[in-house]
Structure formats: C-alpha cells, structure tokens
Write a protein that binds this ligand. Structure first.
Ligand SMILES: Nc1ncnc2c1ncn2[C@@H]1O[C@H](COP(=O)(O)OP(=O)(O)OP(=O)(O)O)[C@@H](O)[C@H]1O
Length: 225
C-alpha cells in the first residue's frame, strides 16, 4: 500500500492555544481511519490540516503524493474541490438549494454542466435509500435524511479521500449506524480513503484502524501495522 495522507511533526496554535504539538500520522490508500481522543485534543484541527483547510505553523502535510502545506490558498482550494470529499456533523446543506442541487454542488463548482451534474447527483438518492426527496430543501428533511444527502454530496465527485468530522454526531444511534453503513460501503466501493473523526467507539468500530489524539499529538498507532 502507498500512503494517501501523511502528517509529519504538524504543529498549529490558535493564538496562545496550541491545538497540535507535533502530530505524526500516515494513512494508507483505501484505508478507513477513525481519529479518537478527548474533547479539545486536536482531532478536528488535524483533519483540517490533512484536508488542506488549515495550514500548520510547523511540520509537513503530504496528500496523494504531493506536499500540500506549502501550496497557496487557490491551489489548496482546487485540491479540496477535485480530490477530497467532506461530511460534517450537521450536514451543512445549503438551505436555499434542493437536495439534488446540494448533492450536485461539488460537480457544478468543478465545472460540470447543470444537467449532467444533476443526473449524477440523482443516482445517489436510490443508492442511499432517499429517493423521492430530490426536490426537498434541507428544512424539509429529517436529520438522518439530511445526513445521507450530505454523504451523497461528499461522494458524488468520487473523491480520493473522504473527510468526515463527527458525521453521526447529531443522529440517534440507529440512524447513525445506517449512515455509517452507507458511508463505509460507498467509500469501499469507490476505493476512497476515509479519515473519520468521532468520539463514539461504536462509530470508530467501522474503521480499519483507530488512532488516538491526545494533547495535540497522535499517541497510538501513527502507522498501520
Ligand atoms: N478556530 C479556533 N479558534 C481558537 N481556538 C480553537 C479553534 N479551533 C480549535 N481551537 C482550540 O484548539 C484545540 C483543539 O481543538 P479541536 O477542535 O481540534 O479539538 P477536538 O479534539 O476536535 O475537540 P472536540 O472533540 O471537542 O470537537 C482546543 O483547545 C480548541 O479550543
């Protein structure tokens, strides 16, 4: 296996608050890694650094065979748009858009024309068990339905890496497990690498490997054994 993502000695502070203090991590291609650890330990900050959203103060980030921490904002934004997918805790759908437009959004931003983008978006509704909801707006969806729409949006562009930050955090346990089943199944089907931040052991159990972040460092195990 080759590495999809690597953090080397990554440090980042928010003002006086150190969030990461020398985090090391290697995620292999196609691997599903759960990032666990106490509240405030730096899990989300690590995900944001690996995804090129935040730039570390020190250390290096490598993604998909290139160093990314020294790219400029436009280059990182292009990388995120073209190669990464994202799912967040509260779905963060655009309320003015229909569900299918939300799913199509990464394709539209990537330059795909509206009709083919919507066609590809619609394919996901059957796949994720939410057909019939294509024209609804986010205010007309249940939490579980909205999170499936968000998952479809994260995967529609066939990203090399899916970043999921507490994707089930706002869901009851049954709905959360349904969303995790779909996330893992779809990611494996696409061969996507997944970085999953969660504080729930039940959710982490879906991953190939669990890593622990404490006080801004990866304490166990930073590399697949
Ligand atoms: N935008 C920000 N501005 C200031 N401090 C921040 C910011 N984001 C994170 N921090 C601080 O950085 C540290 C790490 O935060 P981070 O969100 O990465 O932790 P976490 O492990 O994901 O926590 P949780 O499980 O509670 O979401 C915390 O001390 C947090 O307060």
């Amino acid at each position: 296996m080759s590495a999809a993502l690597e953090a080397r000695g990554v440090a980042l502070s928010f003002g006086e608050t150190p969030a990461l203090r020398g985090a090391d991590l290697i995620v292999e291609t196609g691997e599903i890694v759960a990032v666990m650890g106490p509240s405030g330990s730096g899990k989300s900050t690590l995900l944001h650094c690996l995804a090129g959203i935040l730039v570390p103060d020190a250390g290096e980030i490598h993604a998909l065979g290139r160093r990314i921490d020294n790219l400029n904002e436009a280059e990182r934004s292009e990388l995120r748009r073209d190669r990464f997918g994202f799912v967040f805790q509260f779905g963060q759908l655009v309320p003015e858009l229909t569900a299918e437009e939300n799913v199509a959004l990464p394709l539209l931003l990537g330059g795909v024309r509206r009709e083919p983008a919507l066609r590809r978006a619609r394919e996901w509704f059957g796949r994720l068990g939410i057909d019939g909801l294509e024209r609804r707006r986010s205010g007309e969806l249940s939490g579980g339905q909205a999170q499936r729409v968000a998952l479809a949006r994260g995967l529609v562009g066939e990203p090399a890496v899916l970043f999921a930050d507490e994707p089930t955090g706002a869901l009851d346990s049954f709905t959360g497990e349904q969303v995790m089943d779909l996330l893992v199944d779809s990611a494996r089907r696409q061969g996507a690498t997944v970085v999953l931040v969660t504080h729930e052991a039940r959710v982490a159990a879906y991953a190939d490997r669990e890593i622990m972040v404490r006080d801004g460092r990866v304490t166990s195990p930073a590399v697949a054994s």
